[in-house]
Design a protein. Sequence first.
Length: 161
Amino acid sequence: MNVKLRGIFLKSALCAGAALVAAPAVSGGSAAATTGGAAAAPVAWSATHGTATAAGTRWTEASDSGSPFSALVIEGELRNSGSECYSVWVRWMRDLVPGPYTKQVTQCGTGSTPVNIRLGAYLPTTTGDLKVCRGNQDTKDCGDPVSLTSWPVTGTSRTTG
């Protein structure tokens, strides 16, 4: 079976009984995500809405749950310069199935609140996003979501000759 993915045709190895697994590795300080317990270099993230900004860093590290997969750690701060309440909401998608947004922290009025999120088993098929929303009840009035699971591509340049 041929599958077209973003303009590229792929032969399905699943028809032949093979399994495909993506598991990028970290070497030489690369900021790629890992699934085998190795740590990845921290990557900055930020999201805004209204008078609030949430920002910080995220990285992977060895899981403390005994899982063979890395843990995803997201740390930062929610800052509000206005009088209303703002909240940070996160949604995880596992195996292409989106879960609901869940509220992580809320800051009412001027000030800041720490953001500390840990996903104990970060599997290769897990994606997630974070957004800042006005209020603390729902996700009806929010800024654009930012990815928590996209990683910068780094590498060495190749010379041909």
